[in-house]
Design a protein around this ligand. Structure first.
Ligand code: NDP
Ligand code: 2IT
Length: 451
């Protein structure tokens, strides 16, 4: 008899907690997946006896390293860097790099675990990984950021490669940081290859990679609304964050006829009742990226807007909501507020922005609710297309890539529908995404035997 025959969901989670003490984000991500997978594998002995879920929830490896760099005053600074290689059953490890003071092993393990399912959902051959550092880019000069990126790559380069592990951007890591890291990788190895994605267009990057996560989250939202014969025309949207994902999600909402009411950062949120149109979005992009400003300064440029210090935007009445900042930024009470205020759909641009209580509230209210691993997969999908273009040594046209992104998001929606449709027609996107992602990785792992 298989060992796991004796283990129910609670027993499994007890083991995960015991093996991963002080890693609440990782435990949370595993719990959300395990809740669905235990139902799915109940009558599937092959997954039990091969201990597939237990193996996916144990990273292939976690590399942790010291990163020393010198600040502009000549002080030696010491940070910690990591690369979590969670699972490479269906392709090379793939996933972003995050630079933020909150980064630790738990956060990166949760992100690498989620990435494994997300990448499988795209239909492209990519395994799951994630990396980063507790380096805080806020207030650092561009030279300091460059020196940090170079020092980070001096260790990271030996763990990555175009057929091994392909990092990209995430919070605090955009085109500039990818440039510094790619330059250093090339300098150390003398190889020009597709080892990183999110590269500049002049040096191997793909068109629409920058926009892809935010645009994809809105395409996914439109796919969900279509199941209820609705679209975005005239809908009001509440968005959190003001970085890459948030600003491009806002842009696509506006293009599809919606009205964006809010954006935020770690200081609070701005509410613009007139709507944040393309001109205002362009202002935010410049302000946050190049001037590295704060969102509260929006109200000086656009005085009809208000700034709400230290608050998240979920109390603002809206039709649709897109959390696009960070994990656990939308809690149970926030989910209740959204439901009570008549919100009909939530599409996550961020990874695990909604806590478990919030997820359960959305599901009970039968909201159209897409977990990040489904709705924010557009970014990594176009990263996958960047890898293909690098291998082929050619660049595809913008129209081709736009169409591929739309098709990939529609494909993910279909896979979620296939595994998530409930009696009565409600689509449980969390369940659909978890099972579809799991099945693909699990079947590959079964083929490899006990490794
Ligand atoms: P950016 O660094 O461009 O922007 C991050 C935004 O989130 C900023 O507005 C930032 O505010 C805010 N933020 C970050 N941490 C916190 C926090 N602890 N509390 C409140 N606000 C916070 O990152 P991205 O837009 O790339 O990433 C946003 C989310 O999307 C993340 O969850 C990321 O994992 C996810 N994602 C990103 C993808 C990509 O392609 N870039 C792909 C798929 C998912 P502040 O300036 O104050 O720090
Ligand atoms: O969370 C994510 O999917 C990303 N940060 C993008 C990863 C990638 O490899 O493009």
């Amino acid at each position: 008899m298989a060992v796991t025959d004796h283990v129910d969901l609670n027993g499994f989670m007890e083991g995960v907690k015991k093996r991963n003490p002080h890693q609440p984000e990782f435990v949370q991500a595993v719990q959300e997946v395990a809740e669905d997978i235990f139902d799915f594998i109940e009558d599937k002995e092959e997954y039990h006896s091969a201990q597939i879920l237990r193996r996916i929830a144990e990273p292939d490896r976690v590399v942790s390293f010291r990163v020393c760099w010198e600040d502009d005053n000549g002080n030696v600074r010491v940070q910690r860097g990591w690369r979590v290689q969670n699972n490479n059953a269906i392709g090379p490890y793939k996933g972003g790099i995050r630079f933020h003071s909150s980064v630790n092993e738990s956060v990166l393990k949760f992100l690498a675990f989620e990435q494994t399912f997300k990448n499988a959902l795209t239909g492209l051959p990519m395994g799951g990984g994630k990396g980063g550092s507790n380096f805080n880019p806020k207030g650092k000069s561009v030279r300091e950021i460059m020196r940090f990126c170079q020092s980070f790559m001096i260790e990271l380069y030996r763990h990555i490669g175009p057929d091994v592990d392909v990092p990209a951007g995430d919070i605090g890591v955009g085109g500039r940081e990818i440039g510094y890291m790619f330059g250093q990788y090339k300098r150390i190895t003398n190889h020009w290859n597709g080892v990183l994605t999110g590269k500049g267009l002049e040096w191997g990057g793909s068109l629409i990679r920058t926009e892809a996560t935010g645009y994809g989250a809105v395409y996914f939202l439109a796919n969900m609304l279509a199941t209820r014969d609705q679209d975005l025309e005239g809908k009001t949207a509440v968005i959190s964050g003001s970085g890459n994902v948030a600003t491009h999600a806002a842009e696509k909402i506006v293009q599809m006829g919606g009205k964006v009411l809010t954006l935020s950062d770690s200081g609070g949120f701005i509410h613009d009742p007139d709507g944040i149109d393309q001109e205002k979005i362009d202002w935010v992009k410049k302000h946050k990226t190049y001037r590295r400003g704060r969102i509260e300064e929006y109200v000086e440029a656009f005085p009809k807007a208000t700034f709400h210090e230290g608050k998240t935007p979920w109390g603002v009445e809206c039709d649709v909501a897109l959390p696009c900042a960070t994990q656990n930024e939308l809690l149970g009470d926030d989910a209740k507020k959204l439901v009570d205020n008549g919100c009909i759909a939530v599409s996550e641009g961020a990874n695990m922005p909604t806590d478990l209580e919030g997820v359960h509230i959305f599901k009970e209210a039968k909201l159209l609710y897409a977990p990040g691993k489904a709705s924010n997969a557009g970014g990594v999908a176009v990263s996958g297309l960047e890898m293909s273009q690098n291998s082929e040594r050619r660049s595809w046209k913008e129209e081709e890539l736009q169409q591929m992104l739309k098709d990939i998001m529609a494909g993910i929606h279909k896979r979620c529908e296939e595994y998530g449709k409930q009696d009565g027609g409600y689509i449980d996107y969390v369940k659909g995404a978890n099972i579809a992602g799991f099945k693909k990785v699990a079947d590959a792992m079964l083929a490899f035997g006990v490794v």
